[in-house]
Design a protein around this ligand. Sequence first.
Ligand code: 2P0
Length: 312
Amino acid sequence: MTTAIAHPNIALIKYWGKAPGPLNIPASPSLSITLDQLTTTTSVTTQSHDRFVLNGMEADDPKVAAWLTNLRTHLDIPGLSIETTNNFPTGAGLASSASGFAALITAINAHCKLGLDATACSSLARQGSGSAARSLFGGFVELRAPEWCATPLFDAAHWPLSVIIAVTDTGRKAISSSVGMERSRTTSPYYPAWITQTGVLFDEAREAIRLRNFSVLTRLSERSTLDMHALMLSSQPPLLYWNGVSVALMHRITALRESGVPVFFTIDAGPQIKAVCLPEAMDVVESALREVDGVRQLVRTKLGSGARVVND
Ligand code: 2P0
C-alpha cells in the first residue's frame, strides 16, 4: 500500500473556463496558495479491479474512472483499490478535487513506480481537475501557458500569509465547476472580457507577491474573485454560488480592512469565504468573522507544502 497526502489550494487569480480539446487545459492562467491545515490522504493498493472509497464510503466517481482510463492508454497502471479521506467538507467549494487528484497521482506514481517528476504529475493531475495541477506544489504556485503544468513561484517562507476559512454551508454544490465553466463560456457575453482581464491581473499579482505588497495583492485578488462571480452571475441560467452569510462576511471583511486590518476575501465555486491576512491580524480577523450570524465553522491555516508520499 502507498499513501500520499496533498492539500487544497486557493486561487488568488482564478481559473474559470477551458480551452477546447480533451486535455482539460484552462483558457487563462491562474495563481494560487497551497494551504496547510486541510488535507486529503489517499492510499492505493493493487487489486484485480478498480475500487474507490471516499471518506469511508464505496463511491462511483465517473471523473476518477475516466481519468484512470485515459492514464492507462500510456502508462502501465494495474487495477487499484483507492481509499481517500478529506479532513474537510467534500465538494463544497473547498477545493477537494484539487487535493484529491494531486494526492491520487502522487500515490499512483510511487505505487506503480512510474518515475514521473512533480511537473509531469502536475500535468496529469490537471487532466483530472484543473486546479489539482497547482496542489502538487507548496507556497505560491502558478499555472500558465504554454505547458499548463503548475510551477512553484515562491515557497511559503517567502511570505507567510495566513488564511481563515469561514464555512457557511457543508453541503455539496449544486452545479459542478466543470459544468459551470462551460455554461459561462457558452452563454456569458462577458466571457471574452474575463479571459483578457484575468491575464492582466495574473501578471500584476505575480509582481505584487514578489514584492510582498499586501495592498496591491488585496486589490488584484478581490477583483479576480468579483470578476469571476460577475461572469458566473451573467451566465444563463445564472450561477449564484453565494448565500446570505457569504455576503455578510464580504461586508465584514471590507469593514475590517477599512479600519486598518490587513485582510481580503476570496471565494470559489461555493458559499465559503476565505479571508487572507497577514499573520499578525489572524486573531482579530477570526474574532470578527465569528461574530457574523450563520458562520458554521472557522478553520485557521497557514501556507503549506506540495503533495508527497507518506509511506511506501
Ligand atoms: C480555481 N476553481 O482557480 C477556480 C476558481 C473554482 C473557482 O478551479 O473542471 O475542480 O475539474 O478543471 O479545478 C475549481 O474547478 O475544475 C476551480 P475542473 P476544478 O481554483
